[in-house]
Design a protein around this ligand. Structure first.
Ligand SMILES: Cc1cc2nc3c(=O)[nH]c(=O)nc-3n(C[C@H](O)[C@H](O)[C@H](O)COP(=O)(O)O)c2cc1C
Ligand code: SF4
Ligand code: SF4
Length: 492
């Protein structure tokens, strides 16, 4: 039997995919993308009514360098898509701005000129945080990126960049913003700006407003500015955050959204400072300071510390969002007299990632690295997946998901330590690889035995219920048993 996700992960996600070109009545490449981006349940719609001959032709046309992706097998294994009469709208207000969905391009390499942003809008993105505009001359290094890959699939799981801000003049960028707003009045265009002092912040914010930007994002967070006192130097200093936020607030009427740096121990301090400076929204996170050693990323024999993004940073970004949401009590605006809206960034690739940020209180999410890697087309699966999730739960307003998981986080001291959940082995699904045994033996509590048929069994007297075995099983053959009180175990 085919492993759908494993086979789909072999697909190279080709541009103008030869498999789909060979099979005009269906779109196997689109079906595979749905599997890759969290929508396995929806994938079959792109392979409906296709004949075995057409599937054969698609598979033959596959240009995979090793062997063709098994499109026929994938088609056979796909579940029937759910029947849904009408998909809910993803419309949501962010800082008072009506947005057709929460999905925005982040200020970065994906939002640097008119053509890129207009293509993203056409593809379905609801808005953009345009590449950060400043008054300094920006000169970039070459190469400017490095990446860590998932071996085998080539997917990038973390991405390091040394890029700074927009290389255009402010005049050029503000006229792009003006054109975007004129040609796409329903899309949201947010100008990301960075000044070096009060005057620069004020001037840039006013020019953004004059150009028709819907809001300004204050970049307090670029970790690799070559000019001191800018970027994350500001974000690490709550007094400066408060001061510059207040300056911009006084200068413009459009919403002001400071962007936080994760290169700090306690983000709540600058977040609170920006709130008291008058921020309407807060974005988090920018990239995390990091180092990689690959010679391919050296700049003339040298390296520097710079920002990490992509899949690997998501848990860190979620933690910061959670801390901001809790310190500003965003579920209960009465505490501070007014509310602030959160925009979540960091490692979002599919709708489940986005949902996690929304459930922790974000009304808006931004994507950079996933678009750099896979292109604007990921918006299709982001939107579809979230809409189907809402339909499945009978939710008609995205608002209802915002912050719904905040109460599930409690202080570590309040966690239940009186119960245990043992792992449960599905011996029909088990292939006898022994990975659970190895991990439990060398990294756990020596609680798994392998029998002569290589099948695992549990020694309940040693198992502490850590679930390492469940996490390493390559075929998901380990589940959780019922939670039971520790007091019911004789040994304890
Ligand atoms: C190549 C590159 C350029 C970036 N440029 C900017 C920028 O100009 N302004 C900014 O606020 N953030 C910038 N960022 C940070 C992103 O907006 C985003 O906060 C970060 O990459 C995390 O999101 P991700 O994991 O979806 O990439 C940049 C990121 C990358 C990878
Ligand atoms: S041609 Fe092969 S590798 Fe390319 S998109 Fe189609 S299935 Fe994937
Ligand atoms: S890791 Fe999973 S598949 Fe491998 S032996 Fe353990 S239960 Fe079986």
């Amino acid at each position: 039997m085919i492993h759908l996700h494993e086979e789909a992960s072999r697909c190279l996600l080709c541009e103008n995919a030869p498999c789909s070109a060979a099979c005009p009545k269906a779109d196997p490449a689109r079906a595979i993308r749905a599997i890759r981006f969290g929508n396995v349940n929806l994938a079959r719609q792109w392979l409906d009514d296709v004949t075995p001959d057409e599937l054969e032709a698609a598979e033959k046309a596959c240009i995979h360098y090793d062997r063709p992706v098994r499109i026929k097998e994938i088609a056979k294994a796909l579940p029937l898509p759910p029947m849904v009469d009408r998909l809910p709208s993803l419309a949501i207000k962010f800082c008072g701005i009506p947005c057709e969905s929460p999905f925005f391009l982040a200020s970065s390499a994906v939002s640097t000129n008119y053509e890129m942003v207009s293509a993203a809008f056409e593809a379905g993105w609801a808005g953009v945080y345009f590449k950060t505009i400043c008054l300094q001359e920006i000169k970039e290094v070459s190469p400017r990126f490095d990446a860590l890959h998932v071996k085998g699939t080539g997917d990038i799981y973390s991405f390091r960049n040394m890029e700074q801000l927009s290389e255009h003049t402010p005049q050029e960028d503000f006229s792009i913003i003006q054109r975007l707003k004129k040609n796409y009045p329903k899309k949201v265009v947010i100008a990301s700006i960075m000044g070096k002092d009060e005057k620069e912040w004020t001037v840039l914010a006013r020019r953004a407003e004059d150009a028709g930007a819907d809001a300004v994002e204050l970049n307090f967070s670029c970790p690799q500015m070559r000019h001191a006192g800018m970027g994350s130097d500001v974000g690490q200093n709550p007094e400066l955050v408060l001061f510059y936020t207040a300056c911009v607030k006084q200068a413009v009427d459009i919403p002001v959204i400071p962007k936080m740096t994760p290169n700090i121990t306690n983000m709540s301090q600058p977040a609170m400072a920006s709130f008291f400076g008058g921020a309407d929204g807060i974005s988090a996170i920018n990239t995390i300071k990091s180092a990689t050693m690959a010679p391919r990323a050296e700049v003339d024999g040298h390296r520097c510390i710079s920002g990490l993004s992509g899949r690997a940073v998501k848990p860190i970004a979620l933690r910061f969002i959670l801390e901001i949401a809790n310190s500003l009590d965003i579920n209960r605006s009465e505490r501070f007299g007014r509310s602030v809206d959160l925009s979540g960034i960091g490692g979002i690739e599919n709708w489940r990632d986005a949902l996690e940020f929304i459930q922790l209180g974000c009304r808006n999410v931004q994507v950079c690295t996933a678009v750099m890697q896979y292109g604007n087309r990921i918006i299709e699966d982001l939107k579809l997946g979230l809409q189907h999730y809402m339909a499945d739960r009978g939710i008609s307003r995205l608002d209802d998901l915002v912050g719904e998981q905040l109460p599930s986080f409690i202080p570590v001291s309040d966690m239940d330590r009186e119960t245990i959940v043992f792992p449960k082995f599905d011996l029909d699904a088990c292939i006898g690889c022994g990975r659970c045994y190895i991990s439990c033996r060398d990294g756990g509590h020596q609680a798994i035995r392998l029998d002569e048929n290589r099948r695992p069994s549990l020694d309940g007297s040693k198992c502490v219920g850590c679930h390492l075995c469940r996490l390493v099983c390559p075929v998901a053959a380990i589940d959780a048993a019922k939670r039971i009180p520790l007091s019911s175990l004789k040994r304890r």
